[in-house]
Design a protein around this ligand. Structure first.
Ligand code: PLP
Length: 386
């Protein structure tokens, strides 16, 4: 028996939200792109936000217990030891990625980026005048891709001193194991490099738990920061609240010395209240959301296997994003644009994720099942009759 509603949102209701996923999308198009959820917000989170509104708490934010709440959630659900004094607020995770590149790697040193990668990761290093050394993901034990440790070592040997890690991995849906992550920590130690671990999708795992990078070894803890927020998992991205977690006093101090408070401020009272409620009272909703998303992914997998076997899709282990390989279906490199034109569904175009993206499209599975069924039907129909 489920307690929460994921099935009923209609396109009209979602369009009225006016946020990125449904904004500027033609009325006949089903948008399965921008990483927002098409679900009503968790009731406990919504109530906390309404409380802020009722109190008109729109002044400058102050500590509301969020750091402690994150620390207990991280311990309980990810086995990660967080000292709330080693957490610093941010407006969003991408700001944290940028500031971490600057703080924890020498000026001018290149940044390693596994590919395909979340689109803005291609832009952020440039804001710090850094070059990117691309290291394509390689095929992993379960077909969803894994880190190319030899390729990353070669990049460090060429002078890169930081890497942007995404755990769970957007867009491939991998949740890396400790055994996969430990060699990266060893490399960071060997080359005096730093791992910027974006774990914003951390709570989005239907089974098991996300392995936080910092938890895999001492080297990992001392050579990384963890960037996170409730914003993806509880759908609060517009409320602008995220945080960075340090695992050594030295790294906390380096951030304090290197980052001016004006660069990191921007978390909001509404966002902090939403994040607090998510970590303290949002888990039963998230468990159901994860199960619903997983069931969507299984349904999509089975349906494509039945109706469009040339499309290859594996059920993601984490995130609500899926990666569809349409190369054997004969679609052009920009498969997402083709689907927009011919099927009137909007997925993210593979090439925007960089090398390895051609002929792929990223699908957002945090969507009511009736919409997913309609969108998949359109995809199958358009490709079958092209
Ligand atoms: C891996 C990853 N990092 C960061 C972000 C953006 O987070 P923020 O809005 O907090 O910068 C996203 C959004 O989809 C994401 O998928």
């Amino acid at each position: 028996m489920t307690q929460f509603d994921f099935d009923t949102p209609t396109p009209e209701w979602l369009r009225a939200r006016g946020t990125g996923r449904w904004h500027d999308v033609d009325p006949d198009v089903i948008p399965l792109w921008v990483a927002e959820m098409d679900f009503p917000v968790a009731p406990a989170v919504q109530a906390a936000i309404e409380d802020v509104v009722a109190k008109q708490a729109y002044g400058y934010p102050r500590d509301n217990g969020l750091k402690e709440a994150w620390a207990s959630w991280a311990k309980q659900y990810e086995g990660l030891d967080v000292d709330p004094r080693n957490v610093s607020l941010l407006p969003d995770v991408l700001t944290g990625v940028r500031l971490a590149i600057r703080t924890y790697s020498p000026a001018g040193s290149p940044v390693v980026l596994p590919s395909p990668a979340y689109m803005p990761f291609w832009e952020v290093p440039g804001l710090e005048h850094r070059e990117i050394i691309t290291v394509p993901m390689i095929s992993g034990p379960d077909g969803l891709g894994t880190l190319d440790i030899d390729g990353i070592e070669a990049a460090f040997a060429k002078g890169a001193r930081s890497i942007i890690l995404c755990q769970p991995y957007n867009p491939l849906g991998r949740v890396f194991t400790a055994d996969e992550l430990r060699p990266l920590a060893d490399l960071a130690e060997k080359y005096d490099a730093f791992v910027i671990s974006d774990e914003i999708h951390g709570p989005l795992v239907p089974e098991g738990r996300t392995v936080p990078f910092a938890s895999v070894s001492e080297a990992a803890a001392s050579r990384s920061v963890n960037l996170s927020s409730a914003s993806k998992s509880w759908n609060l991205a517009g409320l602008k609240t995220a945080f960075v977690t340090f695992f050594t006093d030295q790294n906390r101090q380096a951030w304090k010395n290197g980052v001016h408070e004006l660069e990191a401020e921007g978390a909001t009272t509404v966002g902090m209240a939403g994040n607090l409620a998510a970590f303290t009272s949002g888990q039963s909703w998230l468990d159901e959301a994860n199960a619903y998303i997983h069931a969507n992914a299984v349904w999509l997998h089975d349906e494509l296997a039945r109706a469009l076997p040339e499309a290859h899709f594996q059920v993601p282990q984490g995130t609500y994003l899926g990666w569809i390989d349409l190369r054997d279906a004969g679609l052009p490199d920009n498969a997402g644009s083709w689907l927009l034109e011919h099927a009137r569904i909007r997925l993210n175009d593979g090439p925007t994720f960089g090398p390895g993206g051609a002929g792929h499209a990223r699908i957002n599975l945090a969507t009511p099942r009736p919409l997913l069924i309609e969108a998949t039907g359109r995809m199958v129909e358009a490709i079958t009759h092209r």
